[in-house]
Design a protein around this ligand. Structure first.
Ligand code: PGA
Length: 252
């Protein structure tokens, strides 16, 4: 059985005090829900404070990125070891990193490997652009991204995949539940062909892209979709809570 997961990607939002306020608003409500993995991913500088606040609760913590070297002269970067000391998950290969920070498949692959070596669980983001979608290249693109950063061991180590069509991120134009289910089903079949049925059965695949309290049920009602990576809506305590509560009900 795949445990559903709702992860909140706060992106470059919230000061440390705003992060503390937001966690305080959602902590009790999130903690009550036990059949869903609830992960919050604040900016690096808030990880330590948030970690203290959620201590003893069932809420899990993730980072939004990392650098693939363990330590050294890489001014401004954050290493897997630093994160492993603070959190359990790390988002890797988000389309905003691929788009604005030139992260290639090769870099994403290095980051996934480095995260696993440090004992972190990567949430690997893949997804096609608007043009690729229009050209009917969705399956080709997600296969390429999956293969650029995949190895059997990744899946056995608890890697999580987030399918995020780039055209749906931050645009308010979510995919339909059916569309997302179809592509996620395709991703699962691809994993199955390459790594076997058991791994494909166990790997969690989330949908991401304009998930809100209004449309969450549409996605969670799909059999292939194991949860969501939520951006904008994760910055509002009530909305994030509602998404988690709906998921808990639908997936029980
Ligand atoms: P969004 O972002 O929910 O604001 O579209 C999702 C994501 O980028 O993970």
């Amino acid at each position: 059985m795949r445990v559903p997961m709702i992860a909140g990607n706060w992106k470059m939002n919230t000061t440390v005090s705003e992060a503390i306020k937001l966690v305080n608003e959602m902590r009790a409500g999130l903690d009550e829900i036990t059949n869903v993995d609830k992960v919050i991913c604040p900016p690096f500088i808030s990880l330590a404070a948030v970690r203290e606040l959620i201590k003893g609760s069932s809420i899990k913590l993730g980072a939004q990125n990392l650098y693939f070297e363990e330590k050294g002269a890489y001014t401004g970067e954050i290493s897997p070891l630093m994160l492993a000391d603070l959190c359990e998950f790390v988002i890797i290969g988000h389309s905003e990193r691929r788009q604005y920070f030139n992260e290639t498949g090769e870099i994403v692959n290095k980051k996934v490997k480095a995260a696993l070596r440090a004992g972190l669980k990567p949430i690997l983001c893949i997804g096609e652009s608007f043009e690729e979608n229009e050209a009917g290249r969705t399956e080709e693109v997600v296969t390429e991204q999956l293969m650029a950063s995949s190895a059997r061991i990744y899946y056995l180590s608890g890697l999580i995949i987030a399918y995020e069509p780039v055209w749906a991120i931050g645009t308010g134009r979510a995919a339909t539940g059916k569309q997302a289910n179809k592509t996620i089903g395709f991703i699962r079949r691809t994993v199955s062909e390459k790594y076997g049925k058991r791994i494909a059965r166990d790997v969690r695949i989330l949908y991401g892209g304009s998930v809100t309290a209004e449309n969450a049920a549409e996605f969670m009602n799909q059999p292939e979709i194991d949860g969501a990576l939520v951006g904008g809506a994760s910055l509002k305590a009530n909305e994030f809570l509602s998404i988690v509560r709906q998921t808990s009900k639908i997936k029980q």
